[in-house]
Design a protein around this ligand. Structure first.
Ligand SMILES: Nc1ncnc2c1ncn2[C@@H]1O[C@H](COP(=O)(O)OP(=O)(O)O)[C@@H](O)[C@H]1O
Ligand SMILES: [Mg+2]
Length: 230
């Protein structure tokens, strides 16, 4: 294994009770890489990234993050190490303001310097006093990413960030992910193949709980050769 590999997942198996959902998944992420995970609904993408983030316990397999085996570690400890999961459901604390939502993330990470976040998302600065429940889908996604980048993470797991968002917001997110990758690596679960093909260094396709393809050739990614898995 190369010493600089940020995340190494090997032969990961995940079940919900009796029902096995992820089979022998292996993947690698290098620092500052944008890695996408594509596949149909129910393929096991969310289960895979939630397991990497410490929200689900695998039955077996290995999750090495910066050389540490984080498998079975609770999600808050994994998050503290700079591996952050941004959930698919876009849940924020609706009754709290944007500032209060950031405050909670500051409390969790010990990082009280919001300037990098607010410089990154100038829109959030204007919305600091707005209750998060009143944010648009795009603003909510920015708040979720903003919370997750407090404490300078090394790896963001972003689960279907563009789901339900307007095309102009998807374009903005595209730029945001490219900019974020200057600071950390990303695993993005995504069904928007145009976005995937434009920003990814590597694409894993999942089908029925297995990673069935790993595409790394830039031309293959540009030509969306992984589209057959959707
Ligand atoms: N909490 C759960 N309990 C039982 N089965 C689940 C649970 N969450 C997801 N599943 C099942 O696991 C499979 C993979 O789901 P998921 O990881 O959400 O796929 P994806 O994110 O690719 O749509 C699906 O068959 C889904 O019904
Ligand atoms: Mg999902």
């Amino acid at each position: 294994m190369a010493e600089h590999t940020l995340l190494v997942v090997r032969a990961l198996n995940v079940s919900y009770g009796e029902s096995k959902v992820v089979f022998d998944a292996s993947l690698d992420v290098e620092p500052n890489q944008i890695v996408s995970c594509v596949g149909r609904n129910g393929a096991g993408k969310t289960t895979l990234v939630k397991t990497i983030g410490g929200f689900l316990k695998p039955t077996d397999g290995q999750i090495l993050y910066r050389g540490t085996d984080v498998r079975g570690m609770p999600s808050y400890d994994v998050a503290k190490m700079g591996l952050r999961y941004i959930a698919q459901d876009k849940k924020v604390f609706s009754d709290l303001t944007v500032a209060e939502n950031l405050e909670l993330a500051s409390y969790a990470t010990g990082d009280r310097d919001w300037e990098p976040v607010l410089n990154f998302f100038p829109k959030l600065r204007e919305l600091l006093d707005r209750k998060a429940g009143y944010l648009s889908g795009g603003e909510r996604q920015m708040l979720m990413i903003g919370r997750a980048i407090l404490g300078d993470p090394h790896l963001l797991l972003v689960d279907e960030p563009t789901e339900g968002l307007a095309p102009s917001i998807v374009e903005q997110l595209c730029d945001i992910f490219l900019e974020l990758s200057k600071h950390c690596a990303l695993i993005i679960v995504e069904q928007n193949l145009s976005l995937v093909s434009r920003i990814s260094h590597k694409v894993y396709a999942m089908k029925e709980g297995r990673i069935v393809s790993e595409v790394t050739e830039p031309d293959d990614i540009k030509n969306v050769v992984f589209e057959k898995y959707l």
